[in-house]
Write a protein that binds this ligand. Structure first.
Ligand code: PRE
Length: 379
């Protein structure tokens, strides 16, 4: 369908096109400057993500915007989007190599998606990276000889036995680390098997992030932290934030953050499938929040069932967290069956009090997310 227009409207649109072209030239200029920043940072070994600079810059631009009658949120949104672009472009220049004396890096499971991402980050930082996958065990001895870091990133179910059965003879100075999404059992397996430095890492992001800027990596210290301090610094230079945690506390949180959450998304998808819901119709009638929710559930099924089984089945204790969820679901359903509106509202208020100030914070955060979901719409 052709949209209606008038001569006056077309004239104004021509002027808007002119301004947009100027914006484009300015963007090109900014990207060129950022590329230079990338080179300077690479040489100086500075992290890709500079939170104080970002905060100061956003503060200034917001104030200037206000003085010009432009919404401060608008300029903040634009700048944050531009900075996301900066993280990508600065990454491509490469990073300072914190430990040039290391020897090579071996990534076990290096053909998996997360393995590939870390292989790329190490390579961009000047390290020699060798991948070890399922079929390479025959020449594992050769690969480990002279290695400064061995990084395990295989499915959770295979991690501990692989460490115990295959990694007993690493060079003693070599750092042994893993990227598994549970930390207690792999950390123990590494400490029992390897005499040298050991550290457990859990990148709290998927392999499709593009850049590590602002991403979180959980660190569970094992042994000899002074020997892997360089690795912490290297990850920091990649832009990620390191969060130190006790393995037990981390694993407990994962029962809710990963197992329970993914399980309920799985059941949500299963239910839509069994109900034979028509996704086109759902999308047609979707509010932005529904679309976001459907996307969060649907994206699960674009990935591997093995990966999610791995995460959900990783800890036996998750069964308790998931069963508790079912109990609460059942209780709430009883209120509905009984037509107990007042009971429902009482529970609602109980939860609301429990969330406290966070609920307001989440309302604000999700508003921005929902607005960008709506921006993505083209029909
Ligand atoms: O000023 C820097 O350090 C930059 O890398 C540039 C820039 C930007 O795009 O403005 C990008 C990333 C940093 O977190 C801060 C700012």
């Amino acid at each position: 369908m052709t949209e209606k227009t008038t001569a006056e409207l077309e004239n104004l649109r021509g002027l808007i096109d002119g301004v947009d072209s100027q914006l484009l030239s300015l963007l090109r200029k900014r990207l060129d400057l950022v590329a230079q920043v990338g080179t300077v940072k690479h040489a100086a070994g500075l992290p890709i993500y500079a939170p104080s600079r970002e905060a100061a810059m956003l503060g200034k631009r917001r104030a200037e915007a206000e003085a010009m009658g432009v919404s401060p949120q608008l300029i903040e949104d634009v700048l944050r989007r531009l900075m996301r672009e900066s993280y990508m472009s600065e990454k491509d220049v490469g990073f300072k190599q914190v430990n040039p004396e290391l020897g090579h890096v071996v990534i076990i499971g290096g053909l998996g998606q997360l393995g590939r991402l870390f292989a790329q980050m190490f390579a961009l930082s000047g390290y020699e990276v060798r991948l070890l996958d399922k079929d390479d065990w025959d020449h594992a001895g050769e690969l480990f000889n002279g290695a400064g870091l061995v990084l395990v990133t295989v499915p959770i179910a295979a991690t501990c036995s692989l460490i115990r059965e295959r990694l007993g003879n690493l060079p003693e100075h070599c750092v042994l680390a893993d990227l598994t999404s549970i930390k207690g059992a792999p950390l123990n397996a590494m400490l029992e098997t390897h005499k040298g430095p050991v550290v457990g890492l859990h990148p709290m992001f998927g392999p499709d992030v593009g850049s590590l800027a602002k991403q979180v990596v959980v660190v569970c210290h094992g042994r000899g932290s002074e020997k892997y301090q360089w690795l912490m610094e290297q990850i920091g230079i990649w832009g990620a934030r390191l969060v130190e945690a006790d393995a037990g506390r981390h694993d407990k949180a994962m029962q809710l953050v990963q197992a329970m959450r993914h399980f309920s998304s799985f059941v949500y998808g299963l239910n839509l499938c069994r109900e034979q819901a028509d996704i086109d119709t759902l999308l047609e009638f979707s509010s932005p929040i529904y679309r976001l929710e459907l996307a969060m559930v649907g994206r699960l099924f674009a990935q591997s069932g093995e990966l999610y089984a791995d995460i959900i089945f990783a800890q036996e204790e998750s069964l308790t967290a998931i069963s508790d969820f079912l109990d609460n679901y059942r209780d709430a359903l009883e209120l509905l069956k009984a037509g107990d509106r007042a009971g429902f509202i009482a529970r609602f208020n109980e939860v609301s009090t429990w969330f406290g100030n966070y609920s307001q914070q989440f309302l604000t955060e999700s508003r921005a997310m929902l607005q960008s979901v709506n921006d993505m719409r083209s029909v």
